[in-house]
Design a protein around this ligand. Sequence first.
Ligand code: 13P
Length: 254
Amino acid sequence: MKPRPIVAGNWKLNKGPAEARAFGEALAGRLGDVPRSKVDVIVAPPFVSLPALKPQGFFSGAQDVYWEDKGAFTGEVSPAMLKEIGVDYCIVGHSERRQLFGETDRTVNLKVSALLAKGIRPILCVGEKLEERKAGIMYNVVRFQLSAGLFDVSIKNPEDIVVAYEPVWAIGTGNVATPQQAEDMHEVIRQSLEKRFGIDDGGRIRILYGGSVNGDNIEGLMDKDQINGALVGGVSLDLDKFISIINLIAKREK
Ligand code: 13P
């Protein structure tokens, strides 16, 4: 049986507390008809909007974290602080952080471990650049990101961690990966996870696809065996469009 799917919205640098509060209330109302057992919904706003979101029937996620609990680290936010305000998930290693803010596989690994130690579920992002795909090295790139990001990491339960495959060339471009391109990479990721965590746990970790997901392409992606949901950027800012993706996925679950 496929694991319960996830629809996660990554708001990036959008929506302050007032907008987050309104969105959270409206989303909670609209999710009333969607059975909780069918799909896990996550919303990841900017840090300052997390307390206003008040997740009900869905989960909250941060977009980044630092790995130390406290200290002289100006501008940073710790896993303990996220835990204190009830954050459930945290995106780590998003390609925008890797490309624009110097995130490395080493810092990704420190963040994943620090989050797990506090009981927050990391959403570990991996994905190749266009030139890496053109050079045919995309599977090796992603295998390396995974093994480095998960170095020395242990989990108690397959739901403790989520992997998101986000090809850089598909993010914010409208160039969604074909379902088969995504599935081929998800199979590579699945094999790595099974090797790393064993067939049982590795076989049930949720692997999301991200990159230009919308209501028109989500079903083709979800038809694939190893695609367990979506990490949605731009479209997650629009409540109606976000809900329609959630409903399309929930409808498919028996
Ligand atoms: P878009 O859905 O806007 O392409 O963004 C994807 C993404 O980066 C989610 O983390």
